[in-house]
Ligand binder design. Structure first.
Ligand code: XBP
Ligand code: MG
Length: 234
């Protein structure tokens, strides 16, 4: 198989963002007069559900006792999530969350080698823009042939929808591509789309089940080793 494309997950893969998300959720809750506080241990459990809006609903349904939902609960959650996204993008634009080791070099080397790049993420497009404008520069979008984000598909990870959407945009077969992920949900999503998947772990995901991954790495600080695995000649 000649590697034609690398499809990147975002949160936890391009950058260690999840604790930034967690803090931004808490800022939104406080700003909305809610006494909800997601500590690391609780957020670790809530990460079972992908998507910020879906995660808030999961928290309300499975972790909150005696809470009465407001009438327009869906709109309430959408607003809460929009407030959270405002805090999160502000954090990113301050440069609070850098790209993970090896990511920028991999992107540059892959582009030089003529390999197509794409994004398949559960997070919002505005979060991807804020992260990569800082991490890769203003013309970051030109590096990616497809940018699959959040709500453009009906079912978020672990469903394969976002990876299938990207494959369709790239007009490539799954066997021509590899995926780079950080989580069990992300691995399941990419595998369900038929894509060989490499995992780099982080503090939130390192104990998850990655048995079906091609390889599991702490990070991409040893790029020559990773390139030998994926057949990239830099
Ligand atoms: C990880 C997610 C996202 C983030 C929060 O996305 O599940 O929901 O936790 O971001 P990825 P939003 O697929 O990149 O790992 O609040 O924007 O959803
Ligand atoms: Mg992820």
């Amino acid at each position: 198989m000649t590697l034609k494309a690398i499809i990147f997950d975002v949160d936890g893969t391009l950058a260690d963002t999840e604790d930034g998300h967690r803090k931004s959720f808490n800022k939104a809750f406080a700003e909305s007069g809610l006494d909800w506080n997601w500590d690391v241990a609780l957020y670790d459990k809530l990460l079972k559900v992908t998507g910020g809006k879906e995660r808030i609903k999961y928290f309300v349904s499975d972790f909150l006792k005696g809470y009465t939902k407001p009438e327009n609960f869906d709109d309430f959650v959408k607003h809460l999530h929009a407030v959270k996204t405002g805090h999160y993008t502000a954090m990113l634009r301050e440069g609070a969350i850098p790209l993970r080791p090896g990511i920028k070099q991999l992107i540059n080397d892959a582009r030089k080698a003529g390999i197509t790049l794409a994004i398949a993420t559960t997070t919002t497009a505005e979060n991807v823009t804020a992260l990569l404008e800082v991490g890769l520069g203003k013309d970051w979008a030109n590096y990616f042939a497809a940018n699959g984000c959040g709500d453009i598909v009906p079912h978020k990870k672990p469903a394969p929808d976002i990876y299938n959407w990207v494959l369709n945009e790239l007009k490539l077969a799954p066997q021509d591509c590899i995926a780079l992920e950080d989580s069990y949900n992300g691995l399941r999503s990419a595998l369900a789309a038929g894509i060989k998947t490499y995992v780099t772990t982080n503090p939130y995901t390192h104990k998850q089940d990655f048995a079906d991954a091609e390889a599991v790495l702490d990070d991409l600080s040893d790029l020559p080793h990773f390139y030998s695995m994926i057949g990239l000649r830099a």
